[in-house]
Design a protein around this ligand. Structure first.
Ligand code: ZN
Length: 241
């Protein structure tokens, strides 16, 4: 018998234990500071140098690049190392799955990553680290070295489309998996949230690990409300056995 394919959909709740705030949550930055939304809206970012300068300062001070993977991230990587086929679909942009040891090819980053920058002109990608080194050195809005275009983090901003290739792969994984674990997400932001329904429609066992109720609780086979950092390692050890 082949081993079950485990798909994990991870959201902001998995990273809060690593000190990364949930920007969209009830106390999130976007609600407390409406101006901040412009920082992650493509048209305002591209059109306004002062918004980009503020963005670069925030990226420089962000915790996302210095955060360490927590117990939940380590547990996902351990499950993969145990030989169980695992695919991760994540709404998080912090790259902590890969840092915990998940092979990059098994992680689908729906909303992109803060670990790279991309040029809005020629689409060249380069490490965020290099761009931040330029900011540290005094460039408050470093342009693309190739074409002089505006650089942004390789995350999907408001007003940008999700990468259709990544989304297509996420759909395929959701259809093929035997277990679908949604962790730390309220399953409210589409299309990511809909993947839980796709998995359930195709016969997967749907497990939800989230402190608050989610939009798909009525479709779940199992709901776990305990803190992710303790609940997820136990749950995944059970799947590895
Ligand atoms: Zn360029």
């Amino acid at each position: 018998m082949s081993k079950p394919l485990v798909a994990l959909l991870t959201g902001a709740g998995v990273s809060t234990d690593s000190g990364i705030p949930d920007y969209r949550g009830p106390d999130g930055l976007w609600r407390r500071d409406p101006e901040a939304e412009k920082l992650v809206t493509y048209a305002s970012y591209r059109g306004a140098p002062e918004i980009r300068r503020r963005s670069w300062r925030m990226r420089r001070d962000s915790l996302a690049l210095t955060a360490e993977p927590n117990a939940a991230y380590r547990a996902v990587a351990e499950l993969e190392r145990s030989g169980v086929p695992v695919r991760v679909i994540t709404q998080n942009v912090d790259g902590l799955h890969q840092l915990a040891g998940m092979p990059a090819r098994k992680v689908l980053e729906l909303h992109g990553t803060v670990r790279d920058v991309v040029c809005t002109g020629c689409h060249a990608r380069s490490p965020m680290e290099d761009a931040l080194a330029r900011v540290e050195a005094g460039e408050d809005d470093p342009p693309c070295r190739g074409c002089g275009g505006v650089l942004k983090s390789a995350t999907v901003m408001f007003g940008e489309r999700l990468d259709p290739v990544v989304l297509g792969e996420a759909l395929a994984v959701s259809k093929a998996c035997t277990v679908f674990v949604a962790v730390g997400t309220g399953l409210q932001v589409h299309p990511a949230a809909g993947l839980a329904g796709v998995a359930a429609d195709h016969g997967a066992r749907l497990i939800i690990v989230n402190a608050e109720p989610t939009s798909y609780d009525d479709r779940a086979d199992e709901i776990i409300r305990e803190p992710i950092g303790t609940a997820l390692p136990g749950l995944l050890r059970g799947l590895a056995a």
